[in-house]
Write a protein of this length. Structure first.
Length: 393
């Protein structure tokens, strides 16, 4: 379908160019005829590259043909032919006498070409110039769109401090909480970088900023707990990590490793941890939490109690992933052919879920095996969650 759309656009463009050339008598009729038939021949022989070249070389950019050029550039970009899209848009800027608003629109199109092609420096340079344009003719929408492209570039390059400044500018004209949420995550990214370098005071400083922009961001509590844990403040770590249940319990599994470590290091009773985890299960199903609880039940009450707990959970929340720990318990207490059959069953289950995604973006449907706070497809934050159901949690 895209091929035929491209052919149609180029065909119409060549016809318009030929007709304009005849009307204005800028070229002899035979030259116009030759270009027309040459371009048509390329189309009929499925040579779109040569057809595009003919189109660019022989069709003047003016008020009558501008929309055709823009349509061709947009179509080429959607097809992934970014080099050709850049040529089309640069050709418009080079040839046409454009009004300021149209020129800005074409520059934004060119910036999108650069962005998708991975030419981030060129896209940034173009959009920074647009966003700082002092000409009163530049519209607010163009300025906003250029800032959005700059923000995406800084996200890709992990330039979080610069992303914060741009997001704050965008937040001033956007009444929604979208940019406030993004800024909170940018500060969390900085906090994790400082934490990795053991710069704990700097990590706490930027984390306070993250909380200030979105107090309900569960990631702030997770990072807070990790900082406390690294400093040996186990009681504070537990307070921070258990706060996730009230912020968004679906992310509680992300804190389990740190939470277990904090409870054991602080010498807290195992029953206290179990009660907290059970309260999380009352709100949202999670086989990851069931694993931890089953391990705790097994250590204190034995295999039978752990197996009963898992079986009761699976009756209410059937999931293939939950069968593995249940089978493990029975393998340990089985012998002979029964043990061999259970091992085969476990291998089958592992193979069944091996390639299944564990997380899905609630906004665009992107799926992956690991948790991401930033969706690489729709570019939104805190939209990826554990998959719940027969193949998930």
């Amino acid at each position: 379908m895209d091929n035929w759309l491209l052919y149609l656009v180029i065909f119409v463009a060549i016809v318009i160019g030929w007709w304009l050339g005849r009307r204005e008598r800028t070229k002899p009729a035979r030259v116009g005829d030759a270009n027309y038939y040459r371009g048509l021949n390329y189309l009929l022989n499925e040579e779109p590259d040569r057809a595009v070249s003919t189109f660019l070389e022989n069709m003047e950019v003016n008020e009558d043909s501008l929309e055709t050029h823009l349509a061709l550039g947009g179509l080429l970009r959607r097809r992934g032919e970014l080099e050709k899209a850049v040529i089309v848009h640069e050709n418009i800027l080079k040839q046409a006498r454009l009004s300021s608003d149209v020129k800005h629109e074409v520059q934004l199109e060119l910036a999108q070409d650069f962005l998708l092609a991975g030419l981030l420096d060129r896209a940034e340079e173009l959009c920074v110039a647009l966003s700082q344009e002092s000409d009163s003719s530049i519209t607010n929408s163009v300025r906003q769109e250029s800032l959005k492209i700059i923000l995406e570039i800084y996200e890709r390059e992990r330039e979080w401090s610069q992303a914060i400044e741009v997001a704050k500018l965008l937040a001033g004209s956007d009444p929604s909480e979208h940019y406030e949420k993004a800024v909170s995550h940018y500060y969390c990214e900085l906090a994790e970088e400082y934490l990795a370098k053991n710069k704990l005071e700097s990590a706490r400083e930027v984390l306070r900023e993250a909380i200030g922009h979105d107090a309900n961001n569960p990631r702030t509590s997770l990072v807070h707990g990790q900082i406390d844990l690294q400093e040996g403040l186990y009681d504070d770590a537990i307070t921070a990590l258990t706060r996730i249940r009230d912020q968004n319990v679906i992310y509680a599994p992300e804190s389990l490793e740190a939470l277990e470590q904090a409870y054991h290091a602080d010498g807290r009773p195992e029953e206290e941890l179990r009660q907290y985890l059970l309260s999380c299960l009352d709100v949202a199903p999670s086989i990851s939490i069931v694993y931890i609880l089953a391990k705790s039940f097994r250590a204190e009450f034995g295999d039978e109690a752990a197996a009963k707990f898992i079986a009761d959970y699976l009756k209410k929340n059937p999931t293939i992933r939950g069968l593995s720990p249940l089978i493990d318990l029975h393998i340990d207490n089985a012998t002979g052919i029964a043990k061999e059959n259970l091992a085969i069953l476990r291998s089958f289950i592992e193979a069944l879920v091996a390639d299944k995604p564990s997380y899905r973006c609630q906004k665009c449907g992107f799926e992956g095996k690991k948790m991401r706070w930033h969706c690489p497809q729709c570019k939104d934050w805190t939209t990826i969650r554990p998959i719940v159901g027969i193949e998930g949690e």
